[in-house]
Design a protein around this ligand. Structure first.
Ligand code: MSP
Length: 634
């Protein structure tokens, strides 16, 4: 029987549309699942939506809909997004599913039968954003640390879960299973929290205050607290208690969450499981935040980036690659389109893309795509082979410890190695001197590319499969296993190697679009509204005189201009296809002088040149007579 793998994402609240943060966790789950498919394991991947509680009622009210209609709508948006990101889950769970509600009632009854639920009067500080009570000690300057709002004092009778009873057990469990919560910093955070006495958890809300939830099986007047309801999705998604899925996959359950929900997953959930007589999950994998300008990307902050906007501009696989390569799992990462473009051009277009296309060209040119049986290996060959085979183990180790960026770096080391191997063996010279030797070299290149294509498949499935197709391999994507990948030279091509369009086109045009072509993706889509006079006057438009103009290496569109606008400014302009640099010195232009600086092709641009663009080309806007540099344009 193959070994098994079960991964879950958080179930996302339906009070907001999916953004890049949700996409990251769900893509990580997809990458991990695909890796375990490669490892020959049987996999199960669960995601879904969290639909009860105050937050959803409030959002539905704002939208003028019933909570259920609203939940249907937003849940549908999550469900529709995932396939467009090439995310293949096994089951999409909703907490409004009847089956899930049944499981919640089953667990509540079990916990109650175990003597772990009691009724009590309680007064406490409640944050409506988090939907939970806070202790004084958890607040920062008297405010909820997440929402930065003061919680309200609420007094009501409720049901409580005797969580405190499991504190000692949980501490011991975490100590005995060092990778129960990982990376270590989050394990330490949970242990630090457990050094203080654990309070019992309020697990109900009176219907008089909130009716949108699962009615307690033992009291009609209360609904279940949304977190107690939501966490149970990980069981109902496996058809607990009787389904075969539960038996098969629960023992290998791995949760993926960001650090915002460490406490419910690291503390409430294991205690709930223990009380219900269910083994704890195997791993809680915790990642950091995607930030923008150092603040967490989130709906409440309003700095949301929509995944599909990025995919449309940069391509899906490039987006997936970037997320996994840029973030060190466990730490925060800063999102920037400059970094995204940098990665695409350097890692994808240059390193991998060029390697594939130069190799395919050589196969076609030297052997019409058909590779002869390889003769004996020589100098360089074994070294490349060793490194390529070792890569598989290194990669596997990193993937199992969720060090995705290291796994990718290791693959890219080998990609760099092949590029050097080609330069060192110079196949274009061998083509004239020794076809035998040429065949051996090309064979080593193909084998290494075969390995690379399989290892990048979890991250960039479509590109990997394209590469496998181009290499004429008999197998694609999930048909590979690591065991097969390890078999050097056994996989015979089933058709000739074919030359094909670049796997990853460079994206400089899109970035240069700040002054010309396509616009870079906006943070949150904005309408183009009318501007008031005051708004217009915030623009600092100035007359400038160009002092120098230079081409920017490797850019077709950009010129670097040094402009006198009363002070000297460097401005990058997308006019290289319309103006030769040597014709520009001394010309006058209009500059937006207070535009936020931006780095384009490595050059910091502090301002923008105004030009009229259209089918007739691009024309600089110039005054009808010479005007002193720095004059205001109004
Ligand atoms: N409904 C709860 C989870 C219940 S699970 C039993 C919830 N939902 S949420 O919609 O707020 O999703 C939170 C999760 O979304 C985070 O844990 C993380 O997986 C993802 N992210 C949301 N914003 C994020 C970032 N800015 N950065 C990284 N991940 C982020 O909490």
């Amino acid at each position: 029987m193959p070994s098994t793998f079960y991964v879950t994402t958080p179930i996302y609240y339906v009070n907001a549309d999916p953004h890049i943060g949700h996409a990251y966790t769900t893509i990580v789950a997809d990458v991990l699942t695909r890796f375990h498919v490669l490892a020959g394991e049987e996999t199960y991947f669960l995601t879904g939506t969290d639909e009860h509680g105050d937050k959803i009622v409030a959002a539905a009210e704002r939208a003028g809909q019933s909570p259920k209609d609203y939940a249907d709508l937003v849940s549908g948006r999550f469900r529709a997004l995932w396939p467009r990101l090439n995310i293949h889950y096994n089951h999409f769970i909703r907490t409004t599913d009847e089956r899930h509600q049944e499981t919640v009632r089953t667990i509540l009854n079990r916990v109650k039968d175990n003597g772990d639920i009691y009724f009590s009067d309680y007064a406490g500080l409640y944050c409506f954003g988090c939907e939970r009570f806070y202790t004084e000690r958890e607040l920062v300057d008297g405010k909820c640390p997440d929402h930065r709002t003061a919680p309200e004092m609420i007094r009501e009778a409720n049901y409580f879960f005797r969580m405190s009873k499991y504190q000692e057990w949980l501490i011991r469990h975490i100590q005995d299973h060092p990778d129960f919560i990982r990376p270590e910093r989050y394990r330490n955070e949970v242990l630090a929290f457990l050094r203080e006495p654990l309070e019992d958890l309020c697990i109900s809300r009176p219907k008089s205050r909130l009716s949108w939830g699962i009615t307690l099986p033992f009291d009609e007047d209360f609904v279940t607290y949304v977190w107690f309801d939501a966490l149970i999705n990980y069981l109902s998604g496996l058809e607990y208690p009787d389904g075969p899925l539960f038996k098969r996959f629960w023992p290998v359950c791995q949760h993926l969450v960001a650090k915002d929900i460490l406490k419910p997953h690291g503390i409430y959930w294991p205690c709930m499981l223990k009380s219900a007589g269910i083994e704890p999950y195997q791993h809680l994998n915790v990642h950091g935040y995607w930030n923008l300008d150092e603040g967490k990307i989130s709906k409440s902050v309003g700095n949301v980036i929509k995944p599909l906007d990025l995919v449309e501009v940069y391509g899906l696989d490039a987006f997936r690659y970037f997320l996994l390569r840029e973030m060190v799992f466990g730490l925060d990462a800063e999102f920037s389109q400059d970094a995204l473009v940098g990665r695409i051009n350097a890692d994808l277009a240059n390193d991998l893309g060029n390697l594939v296309s130069r190799s395919l060209t050589m196969f076609e040119k030297f052997f019409k795509g058909e590779l002869p049986e390889p003769p004996a290996a020589q100098e360089w060959d074994d070294e490349l082979k060793d490194q390529a085979l070792k890569l598989i183990d290194i990669y596997e180790g990193y993937m199992r410890e969720l060090a995705f960026h290291k796994a990718l770096m290791a693959v890219w080391d080998v990609i760099g190695r092949v590029n050097k191997y080609i330069d060192a063996t110079a196949p274009w010279v061998l083509a004239k001197t020794s076809r035998q030797r040429l065949a051996a070299v090309m064979f080593h290149i193909r084998e290494t590319l075969r390995i690379v294509s399989a290892l990048i498949w979890p991250f960039m499935p479509a590109s990997a499969e394209k590469m496998q197709e181009q290499l004429g391999l008999p197998r694609k994507g999930p048909e590979f296993t690591l065991a097969l990948v390890r078999q050097w030279g056994k996989e015979k091509p089933v058709k000739p190697v074919t030359r094909a369009p670049a796997l990853f086109p460079r994206v400089e045009d899109k970035r240069e679009g700040q002054e010309g072509g396509k616009k870079a993706v906006d943070v949150q889509e904005k309408e183009v509204p009318l501007v008031s006079l005051e708004e217009f006057q915030r623009l600092d438009l100035r007359l400038g005189t160009i002092l120098r103009a230079e081409a920017i290496p490797k850019s077709k569109k950009l010129l670097k201009l040094t402009v006198d606008i009363g002070e000297e400014r460097t401005v990058v302009a997308g006019i290289a296809e319309h103006y030769a640099p040597e014709t520009l010195a001394g010309r006058q232009v209009v500059i937006v002088a207070n535009l936020q600086p931006a780095k384009l092709m490595g050059v910091e641009s502090r301002g923008m040149v105004l030009a009229a663009g259209g089918e007739g080309g691009v024309h600089l806007i110039v005054p009808d007579t010479h005007v002193p540099s720095g004059s205001k344009v109004r």
